[in-house]
Every structure is written in C-alpha cells, then in structure tokens.
Design a binder for this molecule. Structure first.
Ligand SMILES: *[C@@H]1O[C@H](CO)[C@@H](O)[C@H](O)[C@H]1NC(C)=O
Ligand SMILES: *[C@@H]1O[C@H](CO)[C@@H](O)[C@H](O)[C@H]1NC(C)=O
Ligand SMILES: *[C@@H]1O[C@H](CO)[C@@H](O)[C@H](O)[C@H]1NC(C)=O
Ligand SMILES: *[C@@H]1O[C@H](CO)[C@@H](O)[C@H](O)[C@H]1NC(C)=O
Ligand SMILES: *[C@@H]1O[C@H](CO)[C@@H](O)[C@H](O)[C@H]1NC(C)=O
Ligand SMILES: *[C@@H]1O[C@H](CO)[C@@H](O)[C@H](O)[C@H]1NC(C)=O
Length: 763
C-alpha cells in the first residue's frame, strides 16, 4: 500500500466515521432545541407528539397544526398553530392567565434557543400566547424566508434590523401589540414580497423606504395609528394588494402602480380628489376609499374598469352629478356611493334593480329613483371651501410672512418688557421652592416665545371675549350690587359663586375662593396668568381676577376669578330631567360629550399641557345659548389648596376613591355613565357601579338601566361603542384605562354611527 492509498483509506474511514457521527449528533442537538422550545411554550397541547429526544421529530407526519420539515438533518421549517388567539385589545405588557404564556416566559431566551436552528427557512408561530418585545437579535435567523408571528402578544418596536434579512420574502407580524414606529431601513436589495403588520398599535409615518422594495406584492398595515402623508407608490411594480384601512393618514391619494388588484384606504383622513389615473388601473378588482374627506366628482372610469367588482366611495364629500350614461363593468357586484354630496339623477346602470348588483346610494341629493335623499341645497352648500393649489400656496406664503412678523414683534416686545413681564414654564410653576428661587429678573420666558404657543393662540383665540386682566374689588362690587344675595348662585369646594354684569355690559360669573398659603403673591399671579391662557371653545373662559388682601399672609385672603357667563345651565340638570325645557337626545348627548372630551384633551396636551386633575363632573359642564358645552372649574388644582388636598366636603378625604377621581379619564367615565343612565345611579359611585357594569355586560341588562330617552333615540351599535369605552374608563386599574384621545375617538365614532342611523330614519 502506497502512501497515497493510505491517505485515501484514512480519509474514507475518517469521513464515514466522523461525518456520520457528526450528523447524528447534529440531529439530536436539533431535537433537543425543539424540545426546549416546547418547554418555553409551556407544553402546548399541539406539541404532545414531541415526546422525548428519541422521537424522530422530522418524520412525524404533519398534523395540520404542527409541521416540521428537515433537510440534511437540519430543521428547515417549523410551523405551530396554537389555540391562544389575541382576544380583545386589552393588553398592557403583562402576562394574562389563560391568554398569554405565564410571566416566566421570556421572548429573549426563546429567540436565543430558536437561533440554534440555523437552517430554519420557514418559521410560523401563530396564536401561541407569546408575549414581550421582539428581541433585536432576531435578525440572526438570517436564513429565514418566511416568518409569521401573528396573533401573539408582541409589543414594543419592530427591530429595525429585520429589514436587513435579505432572504425574507414573507413577514407577518399582524394581530400583535407592536406600538413603536415602523423601521425605515428597507432598501432595494430586500426580497420581501408579503408584509403584514395589520392590527397593531404602530405609530408614526408610513416608512418611505418601503417604496423602494420593488418585490413587494402585498402590503397590509390596516388598523394601526400610522399618520402623515403617503408618497407615490407607482415604483412598486409588483404590488397587487395594498391595505392601509383604519389609520390616521392624511393628504391626497397617492399614485398607484398599474398592476394593483385591491386597494383599501378607508377610514383615514385623505382629502382632495380621487385621481383620474385610478381610472386606468385596469387590473383593479376592489377599491375602498370610504370614510375619508375626498372631494370632487366620482370618476366614471372607475365604474367601468374591466375587472372591478367592489367599489366603495361612501361617506366622503364627493359632489356633482354622476354621468347619466355611466357604464358599469359586468363584474361589478357592489357599489356604495352613500353619504356624499352627489346631485342629479342616479344613472340607470345603477338604479335598475339587478339581481347581480348591490347599489347603496342613501344620504345624497340624488333625484329619480334614489331613496333616502337630502334636499339639493344640502349638497350644494359650500361645506368645504375649495381652494385651488395656487390660492393655497399664496395664502400660505402670506400667513407665513404674517406669522414671522408676529413672532418677531412679540420677541421684541418681550425682550423689552423682560424685566417686568415674566413668562412661566409650567415645570417651574408647580413647585414653590423652584419658583421662588427664580424670583430674580431674567426668568424664563420660553413659553411666551414658543412659536407653537403663538400659532395655537392665533387659532384658538376667542376674539369675542376681552383678554384677561386684573379687576379691582370695587368693580366687582358694582357688578354684583355689593355681592347682593340675589346675585349669589351657588357654592362648591372652590368657593362661592356670584353672577354679575360689568360696566361694558358683559355678563360674568365671579368665583371667590380662599387662597392657598403655599404660594407667594408673585407665584400666585403667575399661576393665574397660566390659567388665563387656557382659551378653548369648550372651556369657560377666565376673564380676570381680583386679589383681596395679601396672599400668603393670613387666612382671610380671597381671590375672585371672573369667568364668562354661560346661560343655559348645567348638563346635569338636563340629564336628571329637572329642566323641563329640553330633552337631550342621544346624538345631542354625544355632541356634549365630544365637546368636553376635546376640552380635556386640550388641557392634557394643548399649548400648555399637563392640566390633569380637573375634577370632571356633569355639574361642571355648562351649556351656552347654542347648546354647545363648556367645561368650568378646570385647572383649579394649581391655585387652590382645597383641590390640592382633596378636601371635598361630605366625601372622605384621601380615600382611594379620591385618588381615582383625580384621574380625568376615570371621572370622565362617570360623565359617560351619567349620559347613559342619568345622574341618580352614578351619584352612588363605586358601590353601584359594579352592578351597573354587570348589567351592561349581561344580555339584556342594559335595557333596564339605560335612560329611556337614550334607548329611544340611539342605535344599538352606537350605544355599545359608548358602553364599552365607559367600561374601560372606570376600570379600577389605571393602566387599563384609555387615553382621553382614545375616548374622544370612540365618541366621534359612535356619533358617526348614530348620524348614519339617524340619516336612515330621517326621510
Ligand atoms: C402544515 O402543512 C399542511 C400541509 O401542507 C398545511 O395544510 C398546514 O396548514 C400546515 N400547518 C401549519 C401550522 O403551518
Ligand atoms: C408599548 O406597550 C408597552 C406595553 O403595553 C408599554 O410598556 C410601552 O410603554 C409602550 N410603548 C410605547 C412607545 O407606547
Ligand atoms: C384557565 O383555564 C382553566 C381551564 O380552562 C380553568 O380551570 C382556570 O380556572 C382558568 N384560569 C383563569 C385564571 O381563568
Ligand atoms: C441594503 O441593506 C443591506 C443590509 O443592510 C446592505 O448590505 C446593502 O448595502 C444595502 N443596499 C443599498 C443599495 O443601500
Ligand atoms: C427572491 O425571492 C424569489 C421568490 O419570491 C426567489 O426565487 C429568489 O431567488 C429570491 N432572490 C434572492 C436574492 O433571495
Ligand atoms: C381580469 O381578471 C382576469 C382573471 O380573473 C385576468 O386574467 C385578466 O388579466 C384581468 N384583466 C386585467 C386587465 O388585468
């Protein structure tokens, strides 16, 4: 045997032995990984077939719910379909028994285990209750071609590096709780064809880099909170499905690629006209742009696209007549043009009763055979000002110049006055020590110079009311006939209320309240100035103040706050039926609630954000001569010790209830409850609420407690939206409660449903 042969023999033996044993070893390590994954997933029923490490997992025939595919002793596909779908939308980042995996589960260590399946190309783990943020190092599974983690409880951001997984063709993260922004790192080297992020809580803009991924066929980002504008999609030449329903997108409808088959853009805030070029999307089968603010005419070409079968243009501001000889594609089986501002005859192709086509046209001003229509004037009134582009730009430039001049002028004025006019920043305000130590000249005036503040004021400024100023006690005495008993209108924790009339003829309400000793006079005035800056159509405006005595010296000091007079009484009196003059129908109640939710939203997030403790109640909701609601007694916690200390007469102070009532969303929940059931029930607060909520949840229980007026004037669907949001607001756990923005959104939604329902009866 020559040396050469010897080497060959040695090699052969080595190969047979080593590689053989090696592959066996790999096989068992992969098995072990799978068994570890089973443990991570807390032994789901579907994985009972994976008994132990001697089971050949690759050769178990796929059961429909579990598929494992192997190649060369490596697992290449792992698909498990569990039975823990995401129920409801209440998940706040903590394990929920029987819904998510337990709180021992860690997404980090799960993915670390998973990454040992280095040959994995298909991974599908659906409805398994996995919860937690998706770890950054997920991209180490670089060989993945198809990834589906939908219907779990994943939250946080989508790891940006997922965009760099160049082999990925399918990415499915739908029905989770992702609440960050969508990463903007996609580039043309990506091979992604299906991207589904539907039904999460994703925020921020639609990432423009997606528009360079020309391999994309299907994009589904519906039901998120994606905002901003969309750019031209025509570069996505392979795109067939685009679903961006139920987001917060604005701007015009963007251009779309020629091959598009379905386009869903409903329930956003798109405006402008439907582009004529949509009439050339010859492959289009489904188009839904309903519930936006689209204007202009409905392009006739859309109806005759060769393959169009579903066309929904409902609830926009489309106007003008439809072509009388409108031609419809033979494929067209559903057309909805309802709730627009269309006039003229309903074209015969849409009006003839057809076995094969559903046409909805209610809520327009059409003549001929169309039913449930408004008078023509309704559709021709200029509801939305139509401006041409150029005018828009021109106006924009002028406004811009004006705004800059105003800012400059203000800056100069402020610099000049710096030594006696002091702006306030709220952060500084809320602590006496901080405030008083910055007593010296040169105090921050950032708030006043803040451009946002100026533009907001310009927008919200209420020119009809005088600006806030300081009044003398004599003026007030004159206005109220020396605080005559006949002018006394009531009293609450913030002090007594008097009604009066200023020399100028303006009617006012004066609130006298004792002053907290905590503050120095300057600090106190700064606080008053801050309150005076809160001007909003749904807040009762503060017109001025008067300080009698020396703040901080003795107990006798009183401050008088002068408010605008709102003539039509409180919302509570109407709800309790104590005021025979007016019965609030459901739609009217909704509009009051929306007004107040807007005011609260403004207090929380407006130009001077952070007014969170506003002691909301129906008693503090006043109605003006047009039945528009205004909130009173807001923001007083920053000046009144009473409110600060929760010392409410007749209620035990510092109890847990008081702590909860400080939460505006929680107290707003009770306002909602009163609007639903009347004040008597909700006055009993917590004791009864549990029962009430139980009735709401039971089959017909709500019928026994919901105010008969509400029952008679509401649609069930609208009512249930409000019942459900009420339920969430008065949840005992604060983290379970929605934001006021959510509440507002739900109310507006309920109101829209109601308007649609009312529109149906109207004719
Ligand atoms: C497993 O494969 C079968 C047949 O291909 C398929 O019907 C089933 O949906 C797959 N199961 C999972 C969980 O992907
Ligand atoms: C996302 O959700 C988690 C869990 O609910 C929460 O802790 C986190 O603050 C949220 N992040 C953002 C940016 O909203
Ligand atoms: C979870 O489900 C099991 C069986 O369905 C049940 O016995 C148990 O009470 C449930 N636990 C909770 C907290 O709902
Ligand atoms: C696209 O992204 C990949 C991964 O990040 C990177 O390697 C590649 O250079 C990028 N290509 C372009 C054209 O930017
Ligand atoms: C991209 O995906 C297609 C299938 O959709 C596949 O045939 C092709 O090989 C992939 N290209 C790369 C570079 O991964
Ligand atoms: C219409 O649909 C058919 C199949 O349903 C398809 O073959 C045809 O190409 C489509 N027409 C256009 C113009 O895309």
């Amino acid at each position: 045997m020559g040396f050469h042969d010897f080497v060959l023999l040695f090699c052969s033996i080595w190969c047979v032995f080593f590689v053989g044993s090696c592959s066996a070893q790999l096989q068992s390590s992969q098995t072990q990984v799978l068994l570890q994954l089973k443990k991570h997933l807390e032994y789901p029923r579907q994985l009972e077939i994976w008994r132990d490490r001697w089971t050949d997992l690759c050769s178990i025939s796929s059961s429909g719910q579990v598929n494992v595919t192997c190649k060369d002793n490596f697992v290449t596909e792992l698909s498990i379909l569990g039975d823990k779908p995401t129920k409801g939308r209440d998940f706040d980042g903590f394990a929920i028994p029987n819904q998510t995996l337990s709180d021992i589960f860690s997404m980090d260590s799960f993915v670390a285990t998973l990454a040992r399946l280095t040959g994995l190309r298909v991974l599908s783990l659906v409805s398994l209750g996995m919860w937690g943020p998706l770890p950054d190092r997920f991209h180490r599974l670089y060989a993945l071609e198809h990834l589906d983690l939908s219907s779990n409880y994943l939250y946080g951001s989508i790891p940006p590096k997922i965009c760099t997984m160049v082999n990925l063709q399918t990415l499915g993260l739908g029905d989770n709780f992702f609440n960050g922004t969508i990463p903007n790192l996609f580039n043309s080297s990506s091979n992604l064809s299906v991207l589904s992020l539907r039904n999460n809580r994703l925020k921020g803009p639609f990432p423009p880099s997606i528009l360079s991924v020309t391999s994309l066929k299907d994009i589904d980002m519906s039901s998120n909170q994606i905002s901003g504008i969309l750019q031209d999609f025509s570069a996505l030449s392979s795109l067939e499905q685009l679903d961006l329903r139920e987001n917060k997108l604005e701007s015009f409808l963007p251009a779309m690629p020629k091959g598009l088959i379905s386009l869903f853009l409903s329930r956003n805030s798109f405006s402008g006209e439907i582009p004529k070029r949509y009439g050339q999307l010859n492959g289009l089968r489904k188009l839904d742009v309903s519930f936006n603010a689209l204007t202009g005419t409905a392009p006739a070409e859309l109806f005759s696209l060769p393959n169009i079968s579903y066309l929904n243009l409902a609830s926009n501001l489309l106007n003008g007549p439809l072509q009388s000889h409108l031609r419809c594609s033979s494929q067209l089986i559903f057309v909805d043009i309802s709730y627009n501002r269309l006039v003229g005859d309903l074209p015969s192709s849409l009006s003839t009763r057809s076995e094969t086509r559903v046409v909805m046209s209610d809520g327009n001003c059409l003549s001929g055979s169309a039913q449930h229509q408004h008078a023509v004037s309704y559709c021709t009134e200029p509801h939305v000002k139509k401006k041409s582009y150029r005018v828009g730009i021109f106006v924009g430039v002028i406004v811009g110049i004006l705004l800059i001049s105003v800012v400059l002028a203000l800056a100069i004025v402020i610099t000049c006055k710096k030594f006696f006019l002091r702006g306030v920043s709220e952060k500084h305000l809320l602590h006496k020590t901080v405030q008083d130590s910055s007593y010296a000249p040169g105090f921050s005036s950032e708030l006043v110079t803040n451009a946002r503040y100026i533009s907001e004021t310009a927008k919200l400024g209420r020119e009809d009311l005088p600006t806030c100023r300081s009044y003398s006690l004599e003026e007030l005495k004159e206005a109220t006939n020396n605080f005559d008993n006949s002018t006394f209108v009531g009293e609450n924790i913030y002090g007594k209320l008097y009604r009066g009339k200023l020399e100028s003829g303006i009617q006012i309400v004066i609130r006298s309240l004792p002053v907290s000793k905590k503050y120095s006079i300057r600090n106190f005035k700064l606080r008053l100035d801050l309150l005076a800056k809160l001007r909003h159509p749904h807040l009762v405006s503060l017109l001025g103040h008067c300080i009698d005595g020396v703040v901080g010296e003795n107990n006798e000091t009183n401050v008088f706050l002068i408010y605008e007079y709102v003539p039509n009484g409180t919302f509570q009196t109407y709800l309790s039926g104590d005021s025979p003059g007016k019965v609030f129908k459901w739609s009217e109640r909704l509009s009051v609630l929306i007004n107040i939710a807007k005011a609260v939203h403004f207090l929380h997030t407006g130009m001077i954000p952070g007014f969170f403790k506003n002691r909301l109640k129906t008693n503090n909701i006043l109605l003006n001569e047009n039945w528009m609601a205004k909130l009173s007694d807001y923001g007083l916690s920053i000046i009144s010790e009473e409110a600060d200390a929760c010392g409410v007469k007749g209620e035990s102070p510092n109890s847990w209830q008081m702590k909860m009532l400080e939460d505006d969303v929680y107290s707003f929940g009770f306002i909602l409850l009163e609007a639903l059931v009347g004040p008597s029930v909700s006055a009993k607060r917590e004791a009864v609420v549990l029962n009430v909520m139980a009735s709401f949840n039971s089959e017909d229980g709500w019928k026994q407690i919901v105010d008969p007026v509400v029952q008679a004037t509401s649609s069930k669907e609208s009512l249930f939206v409000v019942i459900s949001i009420t339920n969430k607001c008065i949840s005992p756990e604060s983290w379970n409660r929605p934001s006021i923005e959510d509440v507002l959104w739900n109310l507006q939604y309920a109101s829209q449903i109601q308007a649609t329902a009312d529109g149906d009866h109207r004719i």
